[in-house]
Design a protein around this ligand. Structure first.
Ligand code: TRH
Length: 347
């Protein structure tokens, strides 16, 4: 089928990250995909090779008069252009139209997944839009897992990857840092510097690097800082597979961290009214972590003031392996999208 995926970059990289990942996996499955993206500036590093079956259309200013495809996906409720919606309504057979929602473990997701929403006014009057929710239970759209993920992981050589970045496989600890401005960051750096074991902290660019630099942090004690460039999405997976602990954030890297089966600590996208706290707690209820990991995550997100408990990576590794097994057993998002589209909006 032919897909039109509309994606508006609000801030950070997750909107584009999720939009691109969905488009690339549908393309890998033989679908024809047009990704309408209002900011394509991150693609040269995020997806340098592009993807088979995917055409990226910069969604800025006057749009080319394109005939809508069989399926229209708007990511995170970004509303496709009115002229395009009018052409959707004019098609003899209306496209399947779905809103790909934000990921949450909260209970409302199951109740809302797949619900139709008739469009009562505007150029789309008469069309029906459907809510499509990723999620952590079988009664949601599940999570995206590329079909080649297992073979990529099996072929991956952690030692070589680290050696290429000047990190010796000498038993020192390797941690990746992808975050916003977590309140407990100074504590984490102090903790790592004070440990007996050397830690190589691989700092991602942008807000994480700025937050570390703002602390005037440098190599001290057992802490060794490494400043990473922006990696492709596929290389970011390799970073996650190389580390003993991954700090992830937002939505897409959060899921990649779960799929990596290494201990990960999530910094949720902060929202003003602290609505993100309920979302974080719902995820922790799903994860069922040991108490120290739960406390660590809550402190990392500033939900509770207080000291970061020292990470117990052995126990956290067991939690990570269990979580990966549960994620692998969930519905797979691209498969669910294809099923939903083939069923003309019936889940
Ligand atoms: O960048 P983010 O904070 O994006 C956020 C979230 O998506 C949030 O839900 C949304 O509301 C907000 O944006 C507007 O975190 P996220 O979701 O992990 O997206 C980052 C993307 O960048 C993800 O696809 C992983 C990718 N990435 C790379 O490809 N290379 C890299 O080097 C790094 C660090 C990330």
């Amino acid at each position: 089928m032919r897909w039109d995926i509309f994606c508006r970059v609000i801030d950070n990289h997750g909107d584009a990250g999720v939009g691109w990942r969905v488009a690339a996996e549908l393309g890998a499955r033989g679908e024809q995909v047009r990704l309408w993206l209002d900011d394509v500036s991150m693609l040269p590093w995020m997806a340098p090779q592009g993807a088979p079956g995917v055409e990226v259309i910069p969604w800025t200013g006057a749009l080319p008069p394109a005939e809508p495809g069989d399926v229209v996906v708007e990511a995170f409720g970004c509303d496709p252009p009115e002229a395009f919606v009018a052409r959707m309504a004019a098609r003899p057979r209306a496209p399947v139209w779905l809103n790909l929602e934000y990921l949450s473990a909260e209970p409302y997701v199951e109740r809302s997944h797949g619900l139709p929403s008739p469009v009562m006014s505007g150029p789309g009057a008469g069309l029906t839009k459907h809510f499509f929710y990723p999620g952590f239970t079988p009664r949601t759209g599940g999570l995206l897992r590329e079909r080649d993920l297992g073979e990529r992981r099996a072929a991956f050589d952690r030692g070589a990857w680290l050696a290429q970045r000047g990190i010796p496989a000498d038993g020192s600890q390797v941690i990746s840092l992808f975050c916003y401005e977590p309140p407990a960051l100074p504590q984490l750096l102090d903790q790592l510097a004070a440990q007996a074991r050397i830690t190589h902290l691989l700092v991602t660019p942008g807000r994480a690097a700025a937050a570390v630099r703002a602390l005037g942090a440098g190599d001290r004690g057992s802490l060794r800082l490494h400043w990473l460039p922006w990696l492709s999405q596929r290389a970011y997976d390799e970073l996650l597979w190389s580390c003993d602990l991954n700090f992830v954030r937002g939505e897409d890297s959060f899921v990649r961290g779960l799929l990596a089966a290494a201990p990960s600590v999530w910094q949720i996208y902060p929202q003003d009214d602290s609505a993100h706290h309920a979302k974080l707690l719902a995820f922790l209820d799903w994860l069922q972590p040991p108490a120290d990991l739960r406390d660590f995550v809550l402190a990392w997100n500033g939900v509770v003031p207080g000291a970061l408990p020292p990470p117990d990576l052995a126990a956290w590794a067991a939690t990570a392996r269990l979580a990966q097994g549960r994620v692998e057993a969930l519905p797979e998002l691209a498969t669910e999208l294809l099923r939903f589209a083939a069923g003309h909006g019936r889940i």
